[in-house]
Design a protein around this ligand. Structure first.
Ligand SMILES: Cc1cc2nc3c(=O)[nH]c(=O)nc-3n(C[C@H](O)[C@H](O)[C@H](O)COP(=O)(O)O)c2cc1C
Length: 172
């Protein structure tokens, strides 16, 4: 919010594992040092803030809709995310978000573990997200959902196998 996006990319190295935890609303309750370093924010600036503080304007809404719908049904999510840093720059990751539970099975928190996006995945996901975003700018998620479904179908997948499809794209 209020930050102008630039084309300055912040590299994520192969060994970086960027971790944060969130409450039921997605507010940040914990993050590891690399999360703060990469984002450019201090701990004080990020803790208790919503994760959407990192939201990049290039991210299609439909991806976050899938994320929340899946988490709220108790399942993990794997999704490519472009995040915006405090200086307006960006970094790409493959996020694996899990639902953590207490011993009595009640909700504990959401935990996101992110790794740098592979170059091969980037060549596929970047144009897909641009297409989804363009569709949303005129027709909202009603317009982007069929595009996402067609993309998955072209890859022999569906929303039910979204996570595996993203992981395969990361690996190939
Ligand atoms: C554990 C967890 C981690 C998240 N990490 C990110 C993130 O790194 N970047 C991001 O833009 N959204 C992240 N989100 C999703 C945000 O909560 C939010 O849905 C998203 O930024 C879109 O903003 P909006 O819901 O206000 O449209 C995360 C959510 C959870 C539960």
């Amino acid at each position: 919010m209020g930050i102008t996006a630039t084309d300055v990319e912040h590299p994520v190295t192969k060994v970086d594992i960027i971790v944060s935890k969130g409450n039921d609303k997605g507010d940040i309750t914990y993050a590891n040092p690399i999360f703060f370093k990469l984002s450019g924010y201090t701990q004080a600036e990020l803790l208790e803030q919503p994760h959407s503080i990192l939201r990049h304007p290039d991210m299609p809404k439909i991806i976050f809709k899938y994320l929340w719908k899946t988490l709220q049904s108790g399942n993990d999510v794997k999704a490519f995310v472009k995040n915006m840093t405090k200086d307006g720059g960006f970094y790409w990751v493959l996020a694996h978000v899990r639902v953590a539970t207490n011993p009595d099975k009640s909700f504990r928190n959401y935990v996101s573990t992110r790794k740098g996006m592979s170059a091969s995945a980037r060549t596929v996901i970047e144009p897909l997200y641009t297409e989804l975003l363009t569709a949303e700018s005129t027709g909202g998620m009603e317009a982007s959902l069929p595009i996402l479904e067609a993309f998955l179908a072209n890859n022999g997948a569906s929303l039910a196998t979204f996570n595996d499809t993203m992981q395969n794209m990361q690996n190939t």
